[in-house]
Design a protein around this ligand. Sequence first.
Ligand code: C2O
Length: 519
Amino acid sequence: AAIVEHVFHVENVFVKPLCNEQMIPTVNGTLPGPTINVREGDTLVVHVINNSTYNITIHWHGVFQLKSSWMDGANMITQCPIQPSNNFTYRFDITGQEGTLLWHAHVVNLRATLHGALIIRPRSGRPYPFPKPFKEVPLIFQQWWDLDVGLLNLRPAPLSDAYLINGIAGDSYACSKNRMFNLKVVQGKTYLLRIINAALNTHLFFKIANHNVTVVALDAVYTTPYVTDVMVLTPGQTVDALFTADQSTGLYHMSISPYTSAHGIPVPANNPINGLIVYEGATSSSPASPLMPEMNDVATAHRFSSNITGLVGGPHWKPVPRHVDEKMFVTMGLERLSMQEAYFYNISGVYTDDFPNHPPRKFDYANFKVQTDNDFKMMFPERKTSAKILKYNSAVEMVVQNTGIISAESHPMHLHGFNFYVVGYGFGNYDPIRDARKLNLVNPQLRNTIGVPPGGYVVLRFIANNPGVWMFHCHMDAHLPYGIMMAFIVQNGPTPETTLPPPPSNLPQCTRDPKIYDS
Ligand code: C2O
């Protein structure tokens, strides 16, 4: 195992993917930022030098951070931010996982421009559980607002001016007509596409004209090979897929388009955003285009999200926990329903009647509830994050019910520090008797981010075997201020090996002005 070292200069630079030049914070001056390549078992050391005007943390999205939760980079959860003109060095081991992840800033909406690929390959000498590809290609999908990133909060959630593929807006946009991300391929060769949805707020469909791909990993966990012509990624999700240039020599668009199941939220009818696959020796000049799904094609999204299974017996696979120590039921949703309507029609889940401080009493089994924007807590906001304390090594089952009544949409829930098994996934209200019988305890997906289907639920299981404080939140940035966010506090185990070490001596400290740390 090696020590892989990077220096991240966080600095404001001017870029112009569309019509207006914008000043944005970047790492080392590029959008997306640098790709990190490691092997499983390596130690990653990243020196972050903050020359920008922003408070910064960097989160290693999906990395287990075994006994290194101080390095998780969750602003005000595991550290105070690195202030302008300050430095911090992240140092941690990468163990027990392989595939494609991402790093991103974890302070307000700065991850819009501060992000990049984090690629974990097998230890030297260990093969992939699929044929070795000819080449590997990171594809990072991004969202772009054609104004200063500091104003992002003023925009309605899903609206943006463009989507980018590896920093390039492509030919669908006025000021980007002649620029497109190009992938040159050789006929007959197979490429490993390492696909990352780094968009702030939008689920994205992805298709390549006239070609199928074979999914081999999700969120850096190997899957049973799954052949498909379309995929959907929520913000924060990654897909590793094999693409073989098996069609006639020519030009083919690879395209992304937004997926939103939210009704009543205005989303502009974007044309697909294109990159280009160029076969060696291609003579034609008009690319074939894929037919993208409708923006609200829940069925296609659901098929892709639910059909892929874990690679039982593959590298790093561990059996699903059979017993559960902690059961939790979480409801969430951004209700477009007034409290008075909820009261009048006796609809639960919109508010709790526990003001000011009584424990919730809506559910049978002991749990907590993620806030909704109509509940008392949002009307009298408290500066705190709900937390759930877990005993070391406890087996946790969490039912996440997406209770949106009027404008339900898929919420990509992301857990820091762990992968979870998606043992249940469906529409309607989860029934603890009927649906519990249908849980997949054999070959479920194991991953760190899952889109909870609109008007549906997921059932997640994980073993709390990593002491520290770990966020669980919606990866649509616009939803964090609504409170779709909580934290697990995993207690120490009985031995020194299972105890959280003290923080590094140079961990950034907070100053006393609370305005600075709003996140
Ligand atoms: Cu990718 Cu808490 O984030």
